[in-house]
Design a binder for this molecule. Sequence first.
Ligand SMILES: [Zn+2]
Length: 304
Amino acid sequence: MPAKPRPTQLALPVEHFHEPRRPDCPWCGATRLRPRKRDTFPIDECVDCGHAFQNPRLTPEGREYHRRAAAAPPGAPTFRHLRAVARAILPFPEPESWLDVGTGTARFPVAAKRVFPYTSFDGLDPTRRVERAWAAERVEEAYIGHLTAPDIAARLRGRYDVVSMLHHLEHTPDPRAELHAGLAALRPGGHLLLELTNPQSVFASLLGRWWHPHTQPTHLHLIPPANLLVELEYEGCTIVTLDRHTPHTPTDLARATTHALSRALPAPATAPFTATATLLDRALAPVLRHTAFSNAYWVIARKG
Ligand SMILES: [Zn+2]
């Protein structure tokens, strides 16, 4: 029997790896959808609740292919940004145990350890990168898989003071199930720390198909803050922080420039344009982060 093709050796172009298009919103079930972006990886938006989602979405094989292709994305969060995320937990009781979900190589636990040196950090990731992070003593315990998997969910139930998910829910097939699994891993009174792309950023409409979250086919869902807050409150949580400004990551213009020019020009020719866009991103950030241009938000919810 021939070997099953590896994700990096797909026999067909990856755009063939789509699931059937869904007729309703995966968040609220409404059937009034409007196209938000139309190309190889279309994104629809729910007219009723504003949830945006890849439709039709890639199959798990297609997502794996793109995840590998994007192994070193430009504009990955800086150490300084990650430390700022951790500091958002400072107003609350010092955590003894912390689980970072979708941790990858555990860059966030390493940054957060600088802020919370006495906290024990565990990491969970679907890839073996977390195993390497454990071997390098970046996390105390490493879990390979998904938080929604029954064996992992049973093992981690009620164990943590903090569960963090940084730009994680956007990449999961079922963000609501993932959110519930995150809450289940918390002790009563523990805090869920979320950082997400804000689909309502003005950059989304201004840059359109060139806005990074629109070009990146591993973003399966873009969740408006209000939807998340309603869900968390429905689950009995208290929202203790909603910050739409501090987490703004000033890379929108540089990434859009890279995406737009990479089709027309060889990489060396795009470099001066990208460098100029990077300067502009940084120069505008102190002002834009306080406006509707801000491209990310934090939610901290206390489990009831
Ligand atoms: Zn909806």
